[in-house]
Ligand binder design. Structure first.
Ligand SMILES: [Zn+2]
Length: 345
């Protein structure tokens, strides 16, 4: 069957996942790992769900740069990768959940500027910081504002942008005030919804948000928290994503896959829909919005003459059933098929 024969299918622009991690053991040694192994892993984690562009928001930079380059050279079918390397933490601020790993800490504005410039020179595409970091259950360390402002100023001066892990509403506030470009999560940790004034401030600051709703469910369920706690936490996260989206904020799709062991993004689509975020906004979060913000001027994220032929063919109607977003038949990146369901890896 020709891949173009697909009755009842829908044709969409190639998807972005704006929050992934190349940290699972399969990515180790990307320079020498056999192509079929990496190809299988790229297909399993990303291509089979239509992701042809990803933001890697925390991994070993040197390793991910090699993976990025093997894909860019056409040696492996895979998404275009934009990577930050490992995130920067506040002084004494490595998050508890990644210990015993210790993140690079930014101890002063001068050190922060140096660290950002060195990171970009080593091949990072953007910078990730913890605006506030949970160092133990119930204790959060915030990044000093002067350091955070130096990070964004140094990155912006190089034409690059900054993503922040906010943790709490206060962390999100710090990030917004410092000119951060992307919040990598909603902030249900604080237990407070995002009110109208806060959402207005976010939009005025031109910050984008990746809600990562499925992360919250996955994290709490694996910690065996009671269903009522999970539901309450998710209700706050859904309110935050919906309030931001409804007010016209730039929502971008992101699942935290790689940290989250579940690779299938179906739950994110379900939770966004449960939040009242409609098909148009979900599709924009997968395509036009991240393309406008992160593609560096490439013409992608839309199906139109002259644009990159980044295309996802899905079975069914995602405008009627959001889980159809995951029923991917065929994926093209710049006109080449990088995934076809049922084809050997
Ligand atoms: Zn993450």
């Amino acid at each position: 069957m020709s891949p173009l024969t697909c009755p009842g299918c829908s044709v969409l622009a190639g998807f972005w996942n704006a929050h992934v991690h190349f940290t699972e053991p399969v990515w180790l040694g990307a320079a020498t790992a056999p192509a079929p192994k990496l190809r299988g892993a790229l297909t399993e984690m990303l291509l089979q769900y239509g992701f042809v562009h990803v933001l890697d928001t925390g991994s070993d930079l040197d390793n991910t740069v090699v993976l990025r380059s093997r894909i860019a050279k056409g040696e492996l079918p895979g998404p275009d990768i934009l990577t930050a390397g490992f995130p920067f933490a506040p002084p004494g601020g490595t998050p508890f959940y990644i210990k015993p790993l210790k993140l690079p800490e930014l101890v002063s504005p001068a050190a922060a500027r140096d660290s950002v410039l060195r990171r970009l020179a080593r091949g990072a595409d953007f910078i990730k910081v913890f605006a506030a970091s949970p160092v133990s259950i119930g204790r959060v360390v915030e990044m000093p504002p002067a350091i955070l402002q130096t990070v964004t100023a140094a990155a912006h001066a190089k034409g690059r942008w900054v993503a922040a892990h906010p943790t709490t509403n206060a962390g999100a506030d710090l990030a917004i005030a410092a000119g951060v470009d992307l919040l990598l999560h909603t902030t249900p940790d604080g237990g407070k919804p995002w009110d109208v004034a806060f959402v207005k401030r976010m939009i005025a600051a031109r910050v984008a948000v990746a809600p990562t709703l499925m992360l919250w469910r996955w994290e709490l369920e694996r910690a065996h928290r009671p269903a009522a706690v999970v539901d309450g936490f998710l209700a706050i996260a859904r309110q935050q994503a919906a309030a931001f989206s409804r007010a016209g904020g730039d929502l971008v799709f992101g699942t935290d896959v790689g940290y989250v062991a579940v690779h299938d993004p179906s739950d994110e689509y379900r939770l966004l829909t449960d939040a009242g975020i409609g098909f148009d906004a979900v599709l924009a979060s997968l395509t036009t919005i991240p393309a406008r913000r992160f593609s560096g001027g490439r013409s992608t994220g839309r199906l139109e003459p002259g644009a990159d032929a980044d295309i996802v063919l899905v079975a069914g109607r995602p405008d009627r059933d959001p889980t159809a977003f995951t029923r991917v038949e065929t994926v093209w990146k710049r006109g080449l098929i990088v995934y076809h369901r049922g084809a050997p890896n």
